[in-house]
Design a protein around this ligand. Sequence first.
Ligand code: BV8
Ligand code: ZN
Length: 249
Amino acid sequence: MKEKKELQNTAKEFIEKSEKICALTGAGISAESGIPTFRGKEGLWNKYDPTELATPQAFQRDPKLVWEWYNWRREKIASVYPNSGHLALKKLEDLRGKDFVIITQNVDGLHNRVCNKNVLEIHGNIWKVKCTECGGEDFNYEVPLKEIPPRCPRCGGLLRPGVVWFGESLPYDVMAEVEEWLRKCNAMLVIGTSGVVQPAASFAFVAKHNDAKVIEINLEPTPISEIADVSIFGKAGEILPEIIDQIQD
Ligand code: BV8
Ligand code: ZN
């Protein structure tokens, strides 16, 4: 098996030779910050089944239960910090500016907390709330929430989390930008995702089809490993800085 150093060097060369780069991130990039992933051993899936709770039907049935879950996750996220993996992607944006974008499945907002500017949040953001009555959207940073379920400050209507639930389509404006990046990127870093949830799980295949180099960073193989030009197995918080710190601007 190729040495990790050699694989990281290959990844570095792919990045240096690429003009437009995108990073697809999943829960694995936030794991070293202490946020449970969805499918890990201590994952969110274990205590609750997100496909049961992160749905419009669950919210319809029991908004209080669904908000208790989000309140617990918001408290967890507010208590942690971005890690060296997030910071490495910030450094890549400092190096490449508008030629680098993060497409994130994560709703934790940690890429924004290290001030990445070009972040496409395809599953929304846990700090956003949307009114089910008047449609008003706000950021709500209360930790813990003052009332559960929270009410709209404008019309008193029931608020919902500003995230994309299973069975809901992804935001059209964000998806239009994603599709453009999948066409034009020369390299895609796929970091910390199990490659299960659609349509994000197909993004690497689309980019590959458009001749992008696919660089996967994960603890273990995933369906994306089949088509990756290089898969580096290990922690994103260790591997990303080792690659990006070597890049000459
Ligand atoms: C849609 C927001 C259609 C909410 C999330 C049957 C077959 C195929 C598809 C479907 C199907 N049935 C239903 C579907 C569609 C469904 C889907 O894909 N279901 C799955 C379960 C099969 N998808 C949808 O419903 C999507 N919408 O399809 O709409 C449509 C079209 C038109 C009109 C109407 C509808 C919407 C999906 C969005 C769901 N929302 N999040 C919330 O968070 O509460 S998804 C949720 O899962 C998170 O966003 C999360 O990011 C995402 C994916 O999980 P991962 O990020 O990959 O995390 P995971 O734990 O799985 O993996 C972590 C990885 O990190 C692991 O590989 C691990 O090894 C690695 N790792 C861990 N530590 C580290 C690490 N790697 C590196 N370093 C480390 N330290
Ligand atoms: Zn309202």
